[in-house]
Design a protein around this ligand. Structure first.
Ligand SMILES: Nc1ncnc2c1ncn2[C@@H]1O[C@H](COP(=O)(O)OP(=O)(O)OP(=O)(O)O)[C@@H](O)[C@H]1O
Length: 554
């Protein structure tokens, strides 16, 4: 993912992407000023140190020192604040972009990318970038300060500068080699972190199942999560050890430089003691910036790898975009449609390691306005897949959906989907009526009473006061929301399955019949044979094939 020199490319700057030239200029010049001024304080201190034996205070140097420290703080503050703002802005922009891209991707692609990967990238990896930005804000002025200090050193002794440059070159080569060697473990550690996130999702989503089953928990934690976390840990240890080595090498070169100045320089040159002292002071002074720079390098390298992951997700999302045009409001109430003709739809899941992928169809189906259609079929027979095709959530490989005389292409897909209100078996319960501006509170309360939920939740300030409900109650609340959406077609995937017999009867006898009276088209996936006589048509799904059962009402 990252090329040989990739780790040294400042991808963070590309990520921040400073568009405004004026801001860019201000930022760069503040970083330069901050570094230069910091070096200037060193010059002032050295000059003042020469007058230690004089009784009077050198006011000129003192004022200069105070001014330069003040300017240093102002410029440093500007740089750190701006970089923090910029990187947080970059992260915000990235998250916004990804969330918008998510809106437009195909359902199938979303299912294959997975929730845990998206969450890990949006949270953990962006945190690495944020940390690197702080290091960068420290590191750039430190680098400028280092360069200025070397220039200052050159004015005292060219020989000292040569020694410093040789040591710096040695340190840089060591850093380069070390960072190259840790790049692979960095990438592997991040990949393992992604896997670890997937296990974390199991822990969170399967909390109850794990709580009740000690063996399951032990196995998951002990044999699977532990293995992944140990691998991530090993990679992180190796990365961190290389980072520590990086610090040690830098220190080693620093002491070599110190020894060269103190022991070798007097032998090789005719420098006076106070000049040697000044150079020693410079070396002590640059130790802090060197540590800052050494800290910055692995952090930037880590951010580079994280940015690669973020870019990879973004391009995955870009590739997976549906080419639909925004809604044209082609099906507006009250007439919506009279007939949906589904002709020869065929769909196959992408290839997996588990042999032949599951496919449905080709199947044809007519859905009329005001019709109550039941669908039955065994587990895994393809009912949900067919519903996702019928509702336009999956793109078929072939076939067509025609609403009255309009063929549903990319131009009408959003409008077509908006005909439906769906409760899938794995539905998500929202706490508000998102997308509905003027919700009739009285009506909501009426429906809550109708569903027997009035004592469990209420509707206040535009949201339900409680959604911590039982599975059956959650489905009833989902029904309240669906009914109030007042769509043309309702799809209920085993909604009655978790209900008590009274409510089940109420669902089939009252709710479905009322919807039918209102000329709504209702598709119900059900195994309740007792109520099969209630429907107009019964469809059967078997191994991805759809057929109509004759004489259902006899
Ligand atoms: N995202 C997916 N990627 C690949 N295969 C999938 C995916 N979703 C479902 N399948 C496969 O499609 C087949 C049919 O699944 P589907 O959910 O449509 O069945 P179903 O009839 O609704 O089952 P159930 O009654 O158990 O809910 C299954 O074998 C399943 O493994």
């Amino acid at each position: 993912m990252t090329g040989k020199l990739g780790l040294f490319r400042p991808k963070l700057l590309e990520f921040i992407n400073i568009q405004n030239q004026e801001k860019k200029f201000l930022l760069v010049s503040s970083a330069l000023i901050s570094g230069i001024i910091n070096a200037l304080t060193l010059v002032i201190l050295n000059a003042a140190a020469k007058d230690f034996d004089k009784p009077d205070l050198d006011e000129r140097l003192f004022i200069l020192f105070v001014l330069s420290v003040a300017l240093y703080f102002v410029s440093k503050r500007y740089v750190t604040h701006r970089i923090t703002e910029l990187v947080q802005g970059g992260i915000f922009d990235y998250r916004t972009r990804v969330l918008y891209l998510l809106r437009g991707i195909k359902l199938l692609s979303y299912e294959s990318i997975g929730k845990s990967q998206i969450l890990s990238l949006l949270s953990e990896k962006t945190e690495l970038i944020s940390q690197a930005a702080h290091r960068l804000a420290e590191g750039v002025p430190a680098t400028v300060m280092l360069i200025c200090s070397f220039i200052y050193m050159a004015t005292i002794s060219k020989m000292a500068l040569m020694m410093a440059l040789v040591c710096i070159a040695g340190a840089m080569i060591s850093i380069y080699v070390l960072v190259q060697s840790i790049s692979v473990s960095m990438q592997q550690a991040m990949e393992k972190d992604n896997e670890y996130f997937a296990y974390m999702q199991h822990v969170l989503d399967g909390f109850k199942e794990l709580k009740i089953n000690r063996e399951k928990t032990d196995d998951l934690y002990g044999n699977y999560m532990r293995q992944v976390s140990e691998e991530a840990w090993r990679n992180n240890v190796s990365t961190d050890i290389s980072n520590v080595n990086l610090q040690l090498y830098a220190q080693l070169y620093f002491y070599i430089l110190m020894a060269s100045v103190v022991f070798l320089l007097p032998q090789l040159s005719s420098l006076t003691a106070d000049k040697i002292m000044s150079i020693t002071t410079i070396i002590f002074f640059i130790m802090g910036p060197i540590v800052v720079i050494i800290d910055m390098v692995p952090s930037m390298a880590r951010a580079n790898v994280a940015i690669d992951f973020l870019h990879q997700l973004e391009s995955q999302l870009n590739v997976a975009q549906e080419s639909v045009s925004s809604g044209q409001r082609a099906f507006v109430s009250p007439d919506y449609f009279n007939r949906i003709s589904i002709s020869q739809l065929y769909f196959s899941y992408p290839n997996t390691d588990q042999g032949r992928p599951f496919s449905v169809g080709p199947f044809s189906l007519n859905l009329n306005r005001g019709e109550l259609v039941f669908i039955r079929g065994g587990n895994g027979s393809g009912k949900s897949t067919i519903l996702k095709l019928v509702t336009g959530l999956y793109e078929p490989s072939s076939g067509a959906i025609i609403v009255d005389n309009k063929t549903i292409g990319n131009d009408l897909l959003i409008d077509y989907r908006s005909l439906f209100s769906i409760i899938f078996t794995d539905f998500h319960l929202f706490d508000r009526f998102y997308g509905q501006q003027n919700v009739d509170v009285e009506m909501v309360n009426e429906y809550l009473i109708l569903m027997g939920l009035e004592k469990k939740t209420g509707f206040k300030n535009g949201r339900f006061t409680n959604i911590n409900l039982s599975t059956g109650q959650k489905k009833r609340l989902a029904l309240v929301i669906a009914l109030l959406e007042d769509k043309a077609i309702y799809v209920f995937d085993e909604v009655a399955a978790d209900q008590d017999p009274e409510f089940r009867q109420f669902f089939y006898d009252v709710i479905l019949q009322k919807l039918k009276e209102k000329q709504k088209t209702v598709i119900v996936v059900t195994h309740d044979e007792k109520y099969f006589t209630h429907c107009d048509r019964l469809l059967v799904v078997d191994m991805g094939q759809l057929r109509e059962e004759e004489n259902v009402n006899t």
